[in-house]
Design a binder for this molecule. Sequence first.
Ligand SMILES: Nc1nc2c(ncn2[C@@H]2O[C@H](COP(=O)(O)OP(=O)(O)OP(=O)(O)O)[C@@H](O)[C@H]2O)c(=O)[nH]1
Ligand SMILES: [Mg+2]
Length: 253
Amino acid sequence: MNEALVVIPTYNEKENIRGVVAAVEKACPSADLLFVDDNSPDGTGRIADEIAAGDPRVHVLHRERKQGLGRAYLAGFRWGLERHYQFLFEMDADFSHNPNDLPRLLEAAGGADLVLGSRFVGGIRVINWPLSRLMLSKGAALYVRIITGMPFMDPTGGFKCYRRAVLEAIPLDEIKSNGYSFQIEMTHQAWRRGFQIVEAPIIFEERRSGQSKMSGGIVGEALWLVWKIFMRNGLRRRPGPAHPRSIAAKAAS
Ligand SMILES: Nc1nc2c(ncn2[C@@H]2O[C@H](COP(=O)(O)OP(=O)(O)OP(=O)(O)O)[C@@H](O)[C@H]2O)c(=O)[nH]1
Ligand SMILES: [Mg+2]
């Protein structure tokens, strides 16, 4: 069995999932895939089942109703942690995240506890985005950095690779956020616990097909969450000491 699991939440992605499976399997032979489908009305879950029936690398987790991306990821992480997986990825199903970047993230995870696929390290790499959305993402990164102290260029991105130890250390039951907030909160949870986090360059492309689910509510949730996690960290803008299970602590012992 493979040691990496790519967790892919889906809601109405029937045009994309076959292509995603093919692309992931080609780009990253050491990864399995887990679709977490929230009973998509377009039948994505059924198609995923069909693929999984003929392909041992593909797994599907079905949830009864749409509960947001954060809930879907948490369910997927728990599923992966109950099994032997050492590296757990987050990736979108809509090809905004390019499966060809998976090996680079996995390689970076050889020397870090959490790898953030970053659209903004060493330049800006987003394709087909309106300027307004770019400004929103860059603005969010600055806002997060100023308030929480987390020094990352792209804290709202959703293409990431966690080492198992990180997800085991985070109290997953306490994560309530969804959307962008979920990404910020999970990274902050790892950061304040003293896990080593690096950013690796990725190319981000606007979804090619299917419907966008971006909304004002998602942005509002994130604005408030950033203050909440700052307070949760005792108003500190720095991380805690190296976690005993972090890569840094292991290297030092
Ligand atoms: N299981 C599950 N998946 C979701 C849910 N909302 C979004 N997704 C999936 O999460 C990934 C990211 O969602 P997107 O809708 O692409 O969000 P986005 O990239 O911010 O916005 P657009 O690409 O502009 O739509 C995609 O694979 C979606 O299918 C949900 O409530 N449940
Ligand atoms: Mg998308």
